[in-house]
Design a protein. Structure first.
Length: 123
């Protein structure tokens, strides 16, 4: 089971890294030359966020509640975002997600990197 988990972590790390770099590259390409906001950015945000959420859920199922501190903080942050999407706070939550999502995406990539590094050290 450890070898399959390590394989998952390696694949997940590279998938998340490639997705993150390509998403930020496309955001720069679509936004900055024209200096206007492009509607395609929402699709990129959704794709990146969905991939990270799916990765988070798979890690949660595989490892259970024995998660790293960073991953637990990330879980609490996701919970805060979900609370901000409850109807009285929906507009505030959506604006917060628009600006905070890139930071949480980088944070999640860092979590994956640190866990992969730790896993490579021990196994």
């Amino acid at each position: 089971m450890r070898k399959s988990f390590k394989t998952f972590k390696v694949v997940d790390f590279w998938f998340q890294t490639i997705l993150l770099v390509s998403t930020f590259g496309l955001v720069i390409y679509l936004t900055f030359p024209k200096f206007k906001f492009n509607e395609d950015l929402f699709i990129l945000y959704f794709a990146l966020g969905s991939a990270q959420l799916l990765s988070f859920i798979v890690n949660l199922i595989w490892v259970g509640l024995n998660q790293s501190k960073l991953r637990k903080y990330y879980a609490w942050t996701l919970l805060a975002f979900l609370i901000l999407l409850i109807p009285p706070f929906t507009i505030i939550g959506l604006y917060a997600l628009l600006f905070v999502s890139p930071i949480t995406a980088i944070w999640y990539a860092y979590i994956n990197f640190s866990e992969l590094e730790e896993l490579s050290f021990f196994y």
